[in-house]
Design a protein around this ligand. Structure first.
Ligand code: HEM
Length: 154
């Protein structure tokens, strides 16, 4: 298992890059589309975002979790080590946010775009702001987990 450690770490970091980097790009593009694009374009775009969720984000998050757990077990680290707990906390909080508030905010944007709502109108503006707020919190949680893993403060 010790010989596998560097490869698990490499996989763990690749998975993290896809998860956090991909999430940041999707958040920026979604906010831009909702603000500027005609509703039909936004609706088509959000349909593609819904498609990449299960085939891109779910596997990246799962791979981060699985490789992290394998490294902790393989290296005989304690799951109570603060930076390891921060990793678990980050994964858990992001799953919770993703499954509840972020999902709801994306659904609301999709419903408005499907109805042909005016991008400059009040409902779309409110939905876009909510989506940006929840996405930002979610990304900050993940960036916090990266910082804890890299800096290992305790
Ligand atoms: C189940 C939760 C997690 C566990 C058990 C875990 C475990 C680990 C372990 C054992 C290492 C290797 C540390 C080293 O050899 O120096 C590591 C590195 C790393 N982890 Fe995690 N991790 C978890 C979640 C996360 C999350 C959620 C992220 C980011 C979103 C993340 C980002 C990183 C990064 C960037 C490194 C490289 C740090 C370095 O080499 O200094 N991890 N993780």
């Amino acid at each position: 298992m010790a010989a596998l450690y560097p490869y698990l770490k490499l996989l763990h970091i690749f998975a993290t890059i896809m998860w956090v980097g991909g999430g940041a790009v999707i958040a920026v593009l979604t906010a831009r589309m909702a603000r500027r694009a005609p509703a039909a374009t936004t609706a088509a775009y959000l349909g593609q975002v819904a498609f990449v969720g299960p085939i891109f984000f779910a596997p990246s998050a799962l791979l981060t979790l699985v490789t992290g757990v394998m490294m902790v077990m393989g290296a005989g680290l304690s799951f109570g080590t603060p930076w390891v707990s921060a990793g678990f906390g980050g994964v858990l909080l992001s799953f919770l946010l993703g499954g509840t508030l972020l999902h709801a905010a994306a659904k609301r944007l999709t419903a408005l775009a499907d109805e042909g709502a005016d991008p400059a109108g009040e409902p779309m503006t409110a939905a876009r702001r909510r989506f940006v707020t929840v996405s930002t919190v979610n990304l900050l949680v993940l960036v916090g987990a990266v910082a804890a893993m890299v800096l290992k403060p305790a």
